[in-house]
Design a protein around this ligand. Sequence first.
Ligand code: 2DT
Ligand code: MG
Length: 209
Amino acid sequence: MSRGLFIVVEGLDRTGKSTQCAQLLNHFTASGRKVTLMKFPDRTTNIGQMINSYLQSKTELNDHAIHLLFSANRWELSQHIVDTLNGGTTIIADRYAYSGVAYSVAKGLNYNYCKNPDKGLPKPDKVFFLDLPPLLAQQREDYGEERYESLEIQTRVRSAFVQLLQDNQYIHKLDVTRQSIESVHQALKQELTPLLESSQEPLRHTLFM
Ligand code: 2DT
Ligand code: MG
């Protein structure tokens, strides 16, 4: 049995990540592939509840402490990721360690420091960055509910993502400006085709080599 694929969708807030993850889930399910969705932060765990409370501004936390909690939230699910993939199920993840770095760097934390806690996590087979100018994202529905959802912060998050894109050439940037949900979905599917047709290498660990 071949292992599942680990696909990550990244981007600023309100760029259509969750919508595209749902579209991919439907597509893979319809084509008979075993597939599951994961979302980071996973707010259902104990650590996830601390993160949720922080994001909703119900608690305050030191910037380094919350950075490490986001990473710990991935680590507590890392064995589940490995087991799921090795069991032949594909994972579509709505955010992962790239958001972890980008949002903390946007707050002023050191780039290299930010990458460290995630070193050793399962490495995705494909990472997409849905790129939308922060000003356009801001005009979308429900913007501004949580911490980080301000134009000023999102602009800095985007700059940090640009640095991540430069340093990790395997991240695939997709400009979603003025693109319909369907056209973005088609672009993602097309980009995934070669992966779907090849057999997977053994699961790689160690993100951000
Ligand atoms: P959602 O809006 O997607 O629920 O994300 N974040 C996320 C971080 O600061 N660090 C991380 O490691 C991750 C995964 C991005 C909630 C917010 O949390 C931010 C937006
Ligand atoms: Mg959000």
